[in-house]
Write a protein that binds this ligand. Structure first.
Ligand SMILES: NC(=O)c1ccc[n+]([C@@H]2O[C@H](COP(=O)([O-])OP(=O)(O)OC[C@H]3O[C@@H](n4cnc5c(N)ncnc54)[C@H](OP(=O)(O)O)[C@@H]3O)[C@@H](O)[C@H]2O)c1
Length: 264
């Protein structure tokens, strides 16, 4: 049986493998990384096979997952390209790098998909966006969809929307908002344990109520913020201070970074 081969054994590879192990994924998983210690850790933690030779790793692949940082992608593909002669389905996780660059760097036998998975895949609930190059055959598409569906919901989106999706869906928004709210609560006198509990409920329960119910968001906002009350005062003050503008600015910074990745 051909393996799922990860090139790069860092953060997202570890999260995806943890999610695959949760559902008892039984296809062979092989990881290649230039750091032997990372490989040994993944082998110990998840029982994956490790392969320190890049070309041997690629030869084992049924699906090849490119999981190195964007600035390493071009170098990696340059090494692989001359040695791939048979058709191969590859999935790049690299933020910003478009299909046309991947295609040009790897040559015709490699059929490309892009995936943007979440580290939340670790718990089996990570959303993944996918987009496929025209050349990926139906069977290859199905394999890729099936793989990521094992670690959470999968959406397919046009490539033009990939960067916007990437900067919007990141679980870092949740962690960032949580850390910010906890720190602000502590600053006004709530003890650490209570601050963490209150902030986690504020974010998770609000989003849970919106997702699980059928009440539109603007109505939930109105319901939670009595006019003249404390929540309304907090929201108005945040908006006055430029909350929406700052979030928009953050997303624009992310998309600029994605464009810089694409230009590498
Ligand atoms: N982290 C996330 O939540 C997340 C989510 C979605 C997508 N992604 C994408 O996934 C990719 C990986 O992100 P990450 O956070 O997992 O990065 P990471 O933790 O830095 O892991 C990448 C690993 O690949 C190794 N590597 C780089 N070039 C290599 C080469 N030529 N041969 C062998 N090993 C090589 C790196 O070594 P060095 O440290 O020496 O370079 C590192 O150990 C990125 O392109 C990112 O955009 C990440």
């Amino acid at each position: 049986m051909k393996a799922i081969v990860f090139l790069g054994g860092g953060r997202i590879t570890s999260a995806l493998i943890a999610g695959l192990r949760l559902v008892k994924f039984d296809q062979p998983i092989v990881v290649h990384d230039r750091h032997p210690r990372k490989l040994q850790r993944l082998k110990r933690q998840y029982g994956v096979s490790v392969e320190s030779d890049l070309h041997r790793a690629v030869n084992l692949a049924g699906i090849l997952v490119i999981a190195v940082r964007p600035d390493s992608v071009r170098g990696l593909l340059k090494e692989i390209a001359p040695r791939v002669r048979k058709p191969l389905t590859a999935v790049s996780l690299a933020a910003g790098i478009p299909l046309n660059k991947l295609r040009a760097a790897s040559g015709p036998p490699v059929h490309w998909a892009r995936a943007m998975p979440s580290p939340v895949s670790r718990s089996g609930r990570g959303l993944t966006a996918l987009t496929f190059d025209r050349k990926v055959p139906a069977a290859g598409r199905a394999q890729v969809r099936k793989l990521f569906a094992l670690v959470g919901p999968v959406v397919e989106i046009p490539e033009q929307q990939f960067d916007a999706f990437t900067v919007t869906f990141s679980s870092s928004h949740g962690y960032h908002a949580l850390a910010t709210l906890i720190a602000a609560a502590e600053a006004i006198g709530l003890d650490g344990k209570m601050a963490r509990m209150a902030a986690a409920h504020a974010l998770a329960d609000g989003i849970g109520a919106w997702r699980e119910g059928d009440v539109p968001l603007h109505e939930l906002l109105e319901e939670a913020a009595t006019p003249g009350g404390t929540a309304a005062a907090v929201m108005a003050s945040l908006d006055d201070a430029g909350y929406r503008r700052m979030v928009a600015k953050g997303l624009r910074a992310g998309t600029r970074q994605a464009r810089r990745n694409a230009a590498r």
